[in-house]
Design a protein around this ligand. Structure first.
Ligand SMILES: Cc1cc2nc3c(=O)[nH]c(=O)nc-3n(C[C@H](O)[C@H](O)[C@H](O)COP(=O)(O)OP(=O)(O)OC[C@H]3O[C@@H](n4cnc5c(N)ncnc54)[C@H](O)[C@@H]3O)c2cc1C
Length: 426
């Protein structure tokens, strides 16, 4: 029997270690030194390195990378189990060398980079001696890549990039930018003349690429291969986001349950009011369904490929956004006025939840993908009536059973009796 939902004991030990490490080391770090991983302070940096060394000693560094791409090669299912722990803690993905947007960029480099490109960019990215950003979306079009205009022109020994990008997360603090042009994916060092980062927005940057000159070997993968590279990058990224979203949903759920047992109203603990119970029961089921869907998809990726799982990855993408929006709203509601403040994580989680429906592609586009792919395995029915049209099915069943009825008069009589009985009931 291969259908097994258990975690192997050896890996469970790793998960237990991760859980304890996050609780004992990562959570305090997040409160005392927010954004420590990017801190320019050498003392903080050195402290972060000691924590990261512990992760490396456990063989848990850069866990998202497959073995053939230079990582530990846990595969997506184990990664899912790890991410549903570390996704609860702000800086944990960075402490495990597995934070977006670097992860997706590293995947592209690992899959498409030359040895020289890997040595120049992948190794420093894995070691966090370098950080990166991903420049794809443009001001005039996000969901539809056919509207992108940024273009690289070849001029002697250089590519010259011109265009405008919007919402490049952490572009301002990146060392290198992966720039999706209509004719290829390019790696651009941020300090290159012509990279003009606009003052707003602060975190997800608006960048003008104005006559940006880079050497020929800064093209990643084949010329005109940008869409293939982008798919590779985003496919993996979406399922990783979903894994971490389970952790966020669990955090919201823990908070709502604790509060439901702690507050009293109209003579009862609020968790004893049926309308609160219904919310808890619905959230519980939603999170369980999301988790199973994400882990099953991860398992399928391990057994096939990201490409073959694109329908499920797309469905996971909008499902996680919906579950996070529902569960965080419910948790905020159950926490009452406290939930609306920034004194607990729930308000920020609730406020950020709608972004999950936009980042990595808007929900509508993924729903179109799912519906289109699903419909490919169906055919229209012939004539006016659907396959499940009962009068037609009944007539066909009589035809099918006729030889048996002909051979058995008692069965034929029973069938006639049934027919009469049901006809009279109408
Ligand atoms: C937190 C966050 C981080 C991001 N980080 C990056 C990054 O690092 N690099 C980067 O390049 N981009 C990044 N993005 C941008 C992201 O890729 C885009 O937001 C996304 O592709 C949607 O594009 P848009 O925002 O222009 O929305 P639009 O394309 O303008 O869509 C707006 C709305 O129009 C509707 N719509 C659009 N298309 C369809 C359709 N086909 N069918 C039905 N309805 C439709 C939907 O309601 C949609 O929500 C990030 C976004 C967020 C929110």
């Amino acid at each position: 029997m291969a259908w097994d939902f258990s975690t192997d004991p050896e890996f469970q030990k790793k998960l237990d270690w991760v859980e304890e490490f996050c609780r004992e080391e990562v959570e305090p770090l997040d409160y005392v030194f927010p954004h420590a991983v990017r801190s320019p302070d050498p003392v903080v940096k050195a402290y972060v390195r000691t924590l990261q060394q512990q992760v490396k000693d456990q063989g848990l560094w850069a866990i998202f990378l497959d073995e053939e791409l230079g990582g530990p090669g846990f595969g997506q299912l184990k990664l899912g189990l790890l991410n549903e722990v570390i996704g609860r803690y702000g800086s944990a993905p960075q402490l495990f060398g597995a934070a977006a947007p670097d992860t997706g960029n590293m995947e592209m480099l690992a899959a498409y980079g030359t040895d020289e490109q890997k040595a120049r960019w992948l190794t420093p990215l894995i070691n966090q001696d370098m950080f990166s950003a991903y420049s794809m979306t443009e001001p005039q079009g996000g969901s539809d890549p056919n509207l992108f205009k940024t273009y690289a022109t070849r001029d002697g020994d250089e590519w010259v990039i011109n265009g405008e990008k919007w919402f490049t997360s952490a572009g301002r603090v990146a060392d290198i930018l992966f720039v999706m042009c209509t004719n290829g994916m390019f790696v651009v060092p941020r300090q290159t003349p012509g990279v003009e980062i606009q003052p707003e927005p602060r975190n997800h940057n608006h960048i003008i690429y104005n006559e940006v000159r880079i050497p020929l070997d800064h093209l990643l993968g084949p010329e005109d291969g940008a869409k293939v590279l982008a798919q590779r990058r985003l496919g993996g990224g979406r399922i990783h986001h979903a894994m971490r979203t389970i952790a966020q949903c669990k955090l919201a759920f823990d908070m709502m349950c604790e509060r439901a047992l702690s507050r009293e109203s109209h003579g009862k603990i609020i968790g004893e009011h049926q309308m609160v119970q219904e919310k808890i029961a619905d959230s519980y089921a939603q999170i369980r369904m999301l988790r199973l869907f994400v882990l099953e998809t991860a398992w399928k990726i391990d057994n096939t490929s990201t490409q073959e799982c694109r329908t499920d990855i797309a469905a996971v993408k909008y499902t996680m956004a919906k579950v996070l929006q529902d569960v965080s709203a419910t948790a905020l509601h159950i926490l009452g006025s406290l939930g609306t403040t920034d004194l607990t994580p729930i308000q920020a989680m609730y406020a950020a939840a709608p972004t999950m429906g936009l980042a990595d592609g808007v929900d509508e586009v993924h729903k179109v993908t799912v519906a289109r792919n699903v419909l490919k395995s169906y055919r229209p029915h012939e004539g006016n009536w659907p396959t499940e049209y009962i009068p037609a099915k009944r007539a066909a069943a009589w035809v099918k059973m006729q030889p048996k009825l002909d051979a058995d008069p008692a069965l034929a009589q029973a069938a006639e009796n049934y027919k009469k009985y049901f006809a009279n009931r109408r």
